[in-house]
Design a protein around this ligand. Structure first.
Ligand code: TEU
Length: 578
């Protein structure tokens, strides 16, 4: 039964700490910078913040490689800074969610250092160690599993004379969930330690891949992650975690499903009866045309996009599950560039159109830092050196390094470089990691460090920044504020309402009806840079009576990227700026 709880009605703001706000001029965002910006965050009308990892880490995967769950990455600040942040948020009615990264630790974690030190230490089984296979005298990894960052998922260790598993970077050894001592230790360090400090929930990292088929079989070519994707043991681990969480009241959890397109599997996690996680991030919409563990991007049409979107909007109808709405996070590109247009002529309208889609969508709404001002992808002229993400770097080198260069090889290499950069420009994780653009001063006011920011600021910060948009009532920022307030006013209709397309086959316009009890609303989104004639559905034509500026009630014109919301309650057309 879909009982009401705070996190179903919530709008949650994700912060990528490294790029949010630098308060001590070292070029890196920090906790104090977040505290200094809480007024901005609260001005959006959001209910909670989710921080990507802030814990001690060598930063190989920019914080998703944790070397101590109970201490803070030194440049970000101290535990007492974090306690101040939690207190300041709670004083403002903001809840605080942390990132729970327990599929792996950093290879610099004390646990791994001990585990790899010998075959007889207490932590020897806290990670996944397997003997090599030997084929015609050659040492080989135990099986064909591939890392999500490319290459074998096994790394050889000379001391142990064994391989260890790392589904991500070699610096991120997977923990062994079959080891009870490991479970106890990681629950205490990563979960209890922070719940005791008053946080309100977790985003659960790489939740789908925690449990591995213990026979470690080769993966089928057709499904490389099959032996470790959504294995049954993961549900048992989540059940244990929930027993801990239930001691602290209504703690929110959102699991990262990774590659999951099967709603029946999703229900095993998010069904209220199952009670494993409150909700999940599935990536069929955000990652349409590619997958998070690859860069080969296929083109898609609006009709392609509409399919998974509806599937996960309708997921809660008739089930005891819950769903999420997001198109941006730290792993995917900027939505205005990827799904609409970041061309200067259309960017504002396009960002507003996407905002309308977000706030009228069913499920818990997630907003990523910078999305509220319509930040865009990295421009095409940046050299590859500006891209800092390990998965981008690994992809680039896999496409551009070669042993020999004969004539045809050289052509091949230049072709592969072009293809690699074309894909990187579309979907690299770096697009969402450029520093937040606060104003039009140097480095967009993100940092005053004489050496500049850790990662280059998008060149368009002079035109796209918080300060300018605070002064412009027609800005993307002001529109998001208005729409989030509107969502709150109609929270049942938008967050809990049933979703139904109008004319799903239309490849220029996305329109849908949301209904909840007697309330209904029609949302119309022009996804193109052209004027479009839109046929108003029968039962919404009456609203045109209230609109004097349309001659024919049956049809109306949509400007490029115009969005429109017909509200059957007040029989008005809610404000829409073309
Ligand atoms: O990403 C998880 C991830 O990329 C995999 O779950 C993958 O999406 C899927 O299982 C296979 O397609 C999380 C973080 O969001 C990311 O930033 C980290 O790099 C990664 O885990 C490792 O912590």
């Amino acid at each position: 039964p879909n009982q009401r709880t705070w996190w179903k009605d919530a709008v949650i703001y994700q912060i990528w700490p490294a790029s949010f706000k630098d308060s001590n001029a070292d070029g890196l965002g920090d906790i104090q910078g977040i505290i200094d910006s809480l007024d901005h965050i609260c001005s959006l009308g959001v209910d909670a913040i989710w921080l990507s990892p802030i814990f001690e880490s060598p930063q190989v995967d920019l914080g998703y490689d944790i070397s101590n769950y109970e201490s803070i990455h030194e440049p970000y600040g101290t535990i007492s800074d974090v306690e101040t942040l939690i207190r300041e948020c709670h004083n403002r009615g903001l809840r605080v969610l942390f990132d729970l990264v327990i599929n792996h630790t950093s290879n610099q974690h004390a646990w791994f250092k001990e585990s790899r030190s010998s075959n007889s230490n207490d932590k020897r089984d806290w990670y996944i160690w397997r003997p090599a296979k030997y084929e015609d005298g050659q040492r080989r990894p135990p099986n064909n599993w591939q890392s999500f960052f490319g290459g074998s998922a096994w790394a050889w260790d000379d001391t142990r004379q064994e391989y260890y598993l790392h589904l991500f970077a070699e610096n991120q050894p997977d923990v062994n969930w079959n080891c009870q001592e490991l479970r106890t230790a990681i629950y205490q360090s990563a979960i209890v330690f922070w719940l005791d400090k008053g946080i309100d929930g977790f985003r659960i990292d790489a939740m789908g891949v925690w449990s591995k088929d213990q026979s470690f079989p080769d993966a089928p070519e057709t499904d490389p992650s099959a032996p470790f994707n959504h294995q049954p043991q993961t549900l048992e681990i989540l059940h244990e975690i929930n027993t801990i969480l239930s001691r602290y009241g209504d703690i929110m959890t959102v699991g990262e499903f990774g590659s999951l397109d099967d709603t029946s599997i999703a229900l095993k996690y998010v069904g209220a009866r199952e009670n494993r996680v409150g909700m999940g991030f599935q990536f069929e919409s955000a990652c349409i045309g590619y997958s998070l563990s690859s860069f080969d991007v296929k083109p898609f049409t609006l009709v392609d996009f509409k399919k998974p979107f509806a599937k996960w909007q309708q997921f809660i109808t008739g089930t005891d599950g819950w769903t999420t709405m997001f198109l941006e996070n730290h792993d995917v590109a900027r939505s205005v560039s990827r799904f609409a247009s970041d061309h200067p002529n259309f960017r504002v309208a396009a960002a507003k159109m996407l905002a309308m889609m977000h706030v009228t969508a069913t499920g818990t709404l997630f907003l990523y830092q910078g999305q509220e001002i319509g930040m865009t992808n990295i421009p095409a002229h940046w050299p590859i050196e500006e891209y800092k993400d390990i998965s981008t770097q690994r992809y680039w080198s896999s496409m551009t390094t070669t042993t020999t260069t004969s004539g045809s090889e050289t052509n091949q290499i230049s072709g592969r470089r072009k293809l690699a950069m074309a894909n990187i420009l579309k979907v690299a994780r770096d697009h969402s990691r450029t520093p937040v653009q606060w104003n039009n001063s140097a480095h967009a006011g993100f940092t005053t460090s004489p050496n500049g920011p850790w990662m280059r600021v998008n060149d368009n910060y002079v035109d796209i920044n918080v300060s300018q948009q605070n002064r412009d009532m027609d800005s993307v920022l002001c529109y998001w504020r208005k729409l989030i307030a509107l969502r709150r006013e109609y929270i049942d209709l938008f967050a809990h309402g049933a979703f139904r397309y109008v004319n799903e086959g239309n490849s220029e316009i996305m329109s849908y009806v949301k209904t909840f009890d007697k309330q209904s609303a029609l949302v119309v989104l022009n996804f193109t840079a052209m004027e479009r004639v839109y046929e108003v559905p029968e039962n919404f034509r009456t609203m045109h009576l209230l609109e004097t500026n349309y001659s024919d009630m049956r049809e109306s014109i949509l400007q490029p990227f115009e969005c429109r919301l017909y509200d059957s309650i007040k029989m008005t057309i809610l404000p829409h700026e073309p």
